[in-house]
Ligand binder design. Structure first.
Ligand code: NAD
Ligand code: DAU
Length: 352
């Protein structure tokens, strides 16, 4: 890719920061603009290694701020939008859905409207790429996989807000001809993930010798993908994905929560020189998540066949990298765990 002006929204978050780094590093001839509101989940410390690059700019702002979007589109004349900004945590959507509607639905519409207004009817070389989730497809029993044609059946305020945004993105293609592409990805893990999510939460609690909360009986299944593999899929879809198409991205790597947490305990015992089995004693079964989806699992056959993408990072290796990162980045972890997060954690887990 050369000379493209790319807007990445939500680039200070977990997947966003890996995506920004990927594009800034791999495409020196492109201009990458990161627009992020810096909510509790956005953190510029995720990007200190690339913040001084010539082809990178950061703008603090809300995707709902139409005047700011106008100004940015005027100044930068974007060709490509990679839209990751979202409220992303299911538990927070259960205790407070409103922000999810504002950012995930209304924010997406505001970006779509701005793109449409600035691009006019000449869509040559333009792309609106919406990053979505496998949760829009609902919940699987023990059998089967989500394909691109699985009917939508979102079941949490988070997944309903993402499903709404997917529908709107497709509607702008159908109605106005906007060149859009969507990918729906399974659970990501890796460095820089906010410790409200299962893997970094478990690592942090094991490290601090405090109970590791496992919802229900720990039988729910997720399909895990290392975050840089998601960033490489996003790059490929951006370059070679067909406008109007949807691509499912997944790890082919299903784990029951309890088995995953036990594996993390074993890895942490070794890293922290604990007696084997010591960390496992921290596992604490707590009240289940309301409406907890049983199983997600992605069929990534389409992106593999059509674009040649598949996951490259072995799960055990990816977990080791992740655990090492959290053990070596105490300052990052301590800072994000202070303030708002401490309050959230107490509220979220005291009632369980
Ligand atoms: P995250 O919560 O770590 O980061 C979200 C980022 O968006 C933060 O930097 C935040 O400051 C920013 N943001 C929030 N509201 C904003 C607004 N109104 N305007 C501008 N910026 C705003 O999320 P993540 O886990 O990195 O997920 C990124 C995207 O990928 C989301 O769209 C999510 O739905 C999707 N996704 C996530 C996963 C996963 O496993 N984490 C899997 C599939 C898809
Ligand atoms: O599938 C993709 C989705 O994966 C993304 O769209 C979401 O943004 C992302 O947050 C993630 O959603 P999950 O709800 O699957 O992730 P989370 O890490 O919150 O939970 C993973 C599993 O672990 C889930 O079954 C709930 C369980 N869990 C979670 C937490 C935080 C626990 O048992 N204990 C916990 O404390």
């Amino acid at each position: 890719m050369k000379n493209r002006k790319i807007l990445i929204t939500g680039g200070a978050g977990f997947i966003g920061s890996h995506t920004v780094r990927h594009f800034v590093t791999n495409y020196p001839g492109c201009k990458i603009v990161n627009l992020d509101k810096l909510t509790y989940a956005g953190n510029l410390e995720n990007l200190t290694d690339i913040e001084g690059e010539n082809n990178y700019s950061f703008i603090k702002g809300d995707i709902n701020d139409k005047e700011l979007l106008d100004q940015l589109f005027k100044n930068f004349r974007f060709d490509v939008i990679i839209h990751l900004a979202a409220e992303s945590h299911v538990d927070r959507s259960i205790s407070g859905p409103d922000e999810f509607v504002k950012t995930n639905i209304l924010g997406t519409v505001s970006l779509l409207n701005t793109a449409l207004r600035f691009w006019g009817k000449n869509f040559e070389g333009k792309l609106f790429y919406h990053i979505s989730t496998d949760e829009v497809y609902g919940s699987l029993d023990n059998e089967g996989l989500f394909t691109e044609s699985t009917p939508y059946d979102p079941r949490s305020p988070y997944s309903a807000s993402k499903a709404s945004s997917d529908h709107l993105v497709r509607a702008y293609r159908h109605t106005y001809g906007l060149p859009v592409v969507i990918s729906n990805c399974s659970n990501n893990y890796g460095p820089n993930q906010f410790p409200e999510k299962l893997i970094p939460l478990a690592i942090n609690n094991i490290k601090n010798n405090i109970p590791v909360p496992v919802y229900g009986k720990g039988e729910n299944v997720r399909d895990w993908l290392f975050v840089t593999d998601h960033a490489s899929a996003i790059d490929l879809i951006c370059r070679e994905g067909k406008p109007g198409e949807t691509y499912n991205v997944g790890g082919g790597n299903e784990w029951r929560n309890i088995d995953l947490v036990k594996l993390l305990c074993r890895i942490m015992d070794k890293k922290l020189n604990r007696t084997p089995g010591e960390s496992e004693k921290l596992i604490s079964f707590v009240k289940d998540r309301a409406g907890h989806d049983l199983r997600y699992a992605i069929d990534f056959g389409k992106i593999k066949k059509e674009l040649g993408w598949e996951p490259s990072v072995d799960f055990r290796k990816g977990l080791e990298i992740t655990v090492d990162w959290y053990l070596n980045n105490n300052r990052w972890l301590d800072r994000v765990c202070s303030g708002e997060y401490r309050q959230y954690y107490n509220q979220q887990y005291s009632k369980r």
